[in-house]
Write a protein that binds this ligand. Sequence first.
Ligand SMILES: Cc1ncc(COP(=O)(O)O)c(C=O)c1O
Length: 372
Amino acid sequence: MDKIPLCRAALGDEERQAVLEVLASGWLTDGPKTRQLEQDLADYLGVGHAVAMNSCTSALFLALKANDIRGEVLLPSFTFVASANAVATAGATPVFVDIDRRDGNLDPALLEAALTPRTEALMVVHYAGQCCRMDQVRDFVERHGLLLIEDSAETLGGTYEGRPSGSWGVGCFSFFPTKNITTGEGGMLTTNDERLARRVRTLVGHGIPKTTQERSQMPGWFRAAEEPGYNFRLSNLLAAIGVEQMKKLEGLNQARRDNAARLIEGLKGLEGLGLPRENPGCRHVYQMFTITVPGGRRDQLVEHLRAQGIEASVHFDPPVHLHPAYAGQAHAPLPQTEWLSKHILTLPMYPHMGAPALERIIEAIGGFWGHA
Ligand SMILES: Cc1ncc(COP(=O)(O)O)c(C=O)c1O
C-alpha cells in the first residue's frame, strides 16, 4: 500500500519552468524574482513592505534585532523551537505564556500577568493555520506600547476578522516545504513601517543598503556597510518557485480546507477525539491538521497509523520550555501547554491528498477506536 506522507509540496511544471528560466538568465543570487515575490506577498496581505530572506527564523530574528529588542519577549512555549531561538539569539529573553488548549494559540487573558517592566515585545504564533484572537492581542500591545511580532510560519492565508495573518504587526513567514507555499527554504518579513523594512533589508545583505543587483547597475563599486549585517538572502532561483506558488496559494489553501472538512466529517463520531475547529471570525488554512487523543493513547495511535503507512507525527512535544536548551526558563506554570503537548497528534495534510488517502486515514483511526 502506498505511503501517505505527512506533507507534500504542490509543485508543477510552472515551478520547473520558472527555475529553468532563472538558470538561463544567469542571475542566481537575490534578484528580480526575489523582488517580485516580495511585491506579490505585500499585495496579497495589503501591507506596505515585504522583505524576502532565507527563512522564517531569520525573519523572526531580524524583527527583534532591527527593533533593538533586548528585554523580555512574551511568546508561547507551544511552538517550534525556532520562535524561541530567534528571541534568544537576538539577545532577548523569552517569557513563555500559556495557551488555550482548544486551538493551540496563546491565551490573551494571560498576557497581563506575564508583563514586567522589562517586557518589550509580544510574539504570537498562529498555530497550524489559524490566527490568534488578534483583536485582544492588538488591544494588549497598544495598551502597553509593545512591539507585535507575528510568527506566521504556519498561517499564510489565514485571516482574523477578514484581516490576514502577518498584517497586524511585523509578520514572519516560512516557505519550508511543509508550509502553505514553498521555495524549499525561504522566508519573508512583512511590515507597514518603512524604516524597519529598510533596516531589515540592509541587515539581510551584509549591512549594505543596496542589493547586489542595484550595485551591479551603479557606477563604481559601492559596498559600504552601514552596520554589521548578515547574509540571509533568498536566491533568485528559489524566489522564482515562490512566485509560481503565490499564484496557486488560494487554490492550495482551499484544497487544504476541503480536505480538513472531509476529515472532520469522517472522524466526528469518535468518542473523546478532539478535532480542530475554526474559531468565530477566523479562516483556518490547515497548514497542519492536528487532533487530540484522550486516555494516554496518543503514542499508540501514532504507531498504529505508521504501521499502516500513514505518516502521523506530533507538533509539538516537548514544548519549548522542556527542551534542554530552555530548561528552567518557564517563568510560570504552563498547564495547558503541557496538556496539549501530551495529547496532540498531527495527521497528514497537503493540498493534493485525494479522496482515497483521506478515507484510509478515517478508516485507520476508526479501526483503532473500535479496537481500543
Ligand atoms: C511556528 C514556526 N516558527 C518558525 C518556523 C521556522 O521556519 P523556517 O524553517 O522557515 O525557519 C516554523 C517552521 O517549521 C514554525 O512552524
